[in-house]
Design a protein. Structure first.
Length: 146
């Protein structure tokens, strides 16, 4: 992100002089242009073990804006739905009164640095990818009932 100082040229017109700003955790959010954080929630779920568990996940992931992932041994349901308090410029509209979970969030390493799914153990972005995994994990996946 660059800010600019105005300086008068010899003709009396002002021109912008770029000023470099070092990216630190305190300034990183100002570099982000697409509001990558606060656009989804993740809810930890019980680890699926049985065919029935995975069939239920297939039903969940069949809904819009739902993804499933495994990270650091735990399973999560990810709901793509932005926070209603994000302002058009990407800032938080309730910053002074934001919930504790928002206050505890660290941007030391966030989606600005790399997409979160790149670090997940498993990531399913839709029905097809989860079904493929189910068929590989359970050799008799197609046989019903469970």
């Amino acid at each position: 992100m660059m800010s600019a100082k105005r300086k008068k040229s010899m003709r009396g017109k002002s021109r912008k002089i770029p000023v470099e700003v070092e990216m630190t955790p305190e300034t990183k959010c100002g570099f982000c242009t697409n509001t990558k954080c606060c656009t989804y929630i993740s809810q930890e779920i019980d680890a699926p073990r049985s065919k029935e568990d995975f069939d239920f996940l297939l039903w969940q992931i069949s809904h819009r804006d739902i993804r499933v992932y495994k990270d650091e041994g735990s399973w999560y349901l990810l709901v793509d739905n932005a926070c209603t308090h994000i302002l058009p410029d990407g800032r938080c509209g309730i910053y002074d009164d934001r919930p504790q979970i928002c206050r505890d969030y660290s941007n030391d390493y966030c989606e600005f640095d790399a997409p979160a799914e790149e670090g997940f153990e498993l990531y399913f972005d839709g029905y097809k990818s989860l079904l493929k995994y189910c068929k590989k994990r359970f050799k008799r996946w197609g046989q019903r009932p469970y």
